[in-house]
Design a protein around this ligand. Structure first.
Ligand SMILES: Nc1ncnc2c1ncn2[C@@H]1O[C@H](COP(=O)(O)OP(=O)(O)OP(=O)(O)O)[C@@H](O)[C@H]1O
Ligand SMILES: [Mg+2]
Length: 216
């Protein structure tokens, strides 16, 4: 095959996000929102430039260091949620804890169950992930991202396929976590009304980011 296709998506972007800040990322389809999240979460490497998280330049980390960073410090909510079908909702939500500690303590279970309840899926915690609706799966995936009490949550349209009530519940929970636990959220959304409720809005256009303040 020929040389790989090179697509320049992001150019000369430079920003800093504070702990406990809530940032909405908006932009047209194909503008580079997922690319940006993947770079911030060390799932993709930038061809040039530097990403530093909690003061650590992530390009200096080896593969173990990166795996620890992704599992312990960063919560991901992907555009497609990827729950494990054979596990229950509670087990799926606890998965990052199983991965880092081998097992979940009773406190971990109680805390994660309470989070599932806050987004309206506590009652199906014991069901297998393939026996619940798409919107319920999405909410479990969001709690999975929060279960390790990460410092940074990268969420790619977390409310994309939720009805307006669930989407409000999820958004409220994310807002409360930023306040209660100082979690930093960076959330891609196509919903302008949700974006306006962020502290700042990053709009990606032609590879560049324009920053504005939210209105609430
Ligand atoms: N694997 C790939 N190979 C080549 N080009 C890619 C690849 N993935 C994405 N792109 C291109 O990079 C650009 C940015 O894609 P990205 O997925 O970041 O967009 P997005 O803003 O998240 O879009 P959407 O809102 O549709 O999810 C697009 O022009 C896309 O076509
Ligand atoms: Mg995308």
């Amino acid at each position: 095959m020929g040389t790989p296709l090179e697509v320049e998506v992001l150019k000369g972007i430079d920003f800093r996000v504070e702990r406990g800040e809530f940032v909405a990322i908006v932009g047209q389809s194909g503008s580079g929102k997922s690319t940006l999240l993947n770079i911030l979460g060390a799932l993709d490497q930038p061809t040039s430039g530097l990403v530093s998280i909690d003061g650590v330049d992530i390009s200096t980390l080896d593969s173990n260091g990166l795996a620890d960073l992704r599992n312990d410090k960063i919560g991901f909510v992907f555009q497609f949620h990827h729950l494990l079908a054979e596990f229950t909702c509670l087990e799926n939500a606890l998965m990052p804890i199983f991965i880092s500690k081998g097992q979940a303590s009773s406190e971990d279970e109680a805390r994660v169950k309470a989070l599932l309840e806050r987004v309206g899926v506590g009652h199906i915690a014991a069901k297998k992930a393939n026996q619940i609706s798409g919107g319920q799966q999405q909410r479990v995936a969001i709690i999975r991202a929060l279960s390790q009490q990460p410092s940074l949550v990268l969420a790619d349209e977390p409310t994309g396929n939720l009805d307006s009530k669930s989407s409000k519940d999820v958004f409220r929970l994310m807002r409360e976590m930023t306040k209660e636990q100082g979690v930093t959220f960076m959330m891609v959304t196509h919903d302008d009304r949700l974006a306006q409720q962020a502290d700042r809005i990053f709009r990606i256009e032609d590879g560049l980011i324009t920053v504005s303040e939210g209105s609430s």
